[in-house]
Unconditional design. Structure first.
Length: 284
């Protein structure tokens, strides 16, 4: 640990790094920032180099469950346990949008991606998605400078009644596909154990990949067409896409609840209850 950020009496539930502008090399005086979501409904921005909190906002009445920056770093999107999504400006500290479309179900994922202007029939330079634990995914097109935020698609995935004795269902997870534009990948509790590739243009599922169990974590490589999936039986799977022989790895002591590819795609970070592993992927 090279730096320690200020300690809060509240529990930090989620965090995200602020993205650097594309093609811009950071000046030595610039500080890297992280945004963190807390159990008291606050969103806090920290300077890593100065190890101090620079901004605290309170857009939620419930605990935070997901947080991310817009692709240009000019907005912060946060989701809470009660299903509310907030869009806030770290420059002004003001919340400019409160979206209640997922109200009543915890937000499990927030993700932003760049897009071409007018791509998919909506204005703005960004797509973003929100997934909630009730197996719903909303996809939005946004132009933050023009204060526009338009719903592009609404997905709801069917599932059987929850098994008796199961304390919590597998999470609903979704991610934009880096190597296939206009497509998102979804995994979650459903009728089958599978990953679904959904086309935002065709409004339909393009393909399905069978899984050995319901996934507990998901990450898509930005450098090659394959994804990492974690499972509850301590298993990590690297799955080539759209088809290919998967590679399974053991090494965790519990459910693999986090998978994250590095921006280069050559490293993968995974985490379980008491272990964090970094995997080298030289062929990625």
């Amino acid at each position: 640990v090279t730096r320690s950020l200020p300690i809060s009496l509240q529990s930090c539930q989620c965090l995200a790094w602020k993205p650097r502008p594309v093609g811009v090399w950071p000046r030595p005086s610039e500080s890297q920032h992280v945004v963190a979501g807390y159990s008291d409904g606050t969103v806090r921005v920290f300077s890593v180099s100065r190890t101090e909190m620079e901004l605290k906002m309170h857009p939620h009445a419930a605990a935070l469950t997901a947080v991310t920056y817009s692709t240009d770093g000019e907005m912060i999107l946060s989701g809470s346990k009660d299903g509310i999504v907030a869009v806030s400006s770290p420059r002004t500290g003001m919340t400019i949008h409160l979206l209640a479309d997922h109200k009543g179900s915890p937000i499990t994922v927030l993700q932003c991606t760049r897009k071409q202007y007018h791509e998919l029939g909506v204005e703005g330079g960004e797509l973003w998605l929100a997934a909630s634990s009730d197996r719903r995914v909303s996809v939005w097109g946004s132009d933050w400078l023009q204060d526009k935020c338009e719903l592009l698609d609404w997905l709801s995935f069917p599932a059987p009644a929850g098994p008796e004795g199961l304390d919590s269902l597998p999470p609903s997870l979704a991610a934009f596909c880096p190597w296939e534009h206009g497509v998102l990948v979804y995994v979650g509790f459903g009728l089958q154990k599978e990953a679904l590739f959904y086309s935002l243009r065709k409004k339909q599922v393009l393909r399905k990949i069978s899984l050995p169990a319901f996934a507990t974590s998901l990450s898509l490589s930005p450098a090659a067409p394959f994804m990492a999936l974690g499972f509850g039986d301590r298993l990590l799977r690297l799955q080539p896409c759209p088809a290919g022989t998967p590679q399974d790895y053991a090494g965790h002591d519990d459910t693999v609840h986090l998978c994250r590819f590095a921006p280069s795609g050559r490293r993968l970070l995974t985490a379980s209850h008491s272990a964090v592993l970094v995997w080298e992927l030289p062929g990625a």
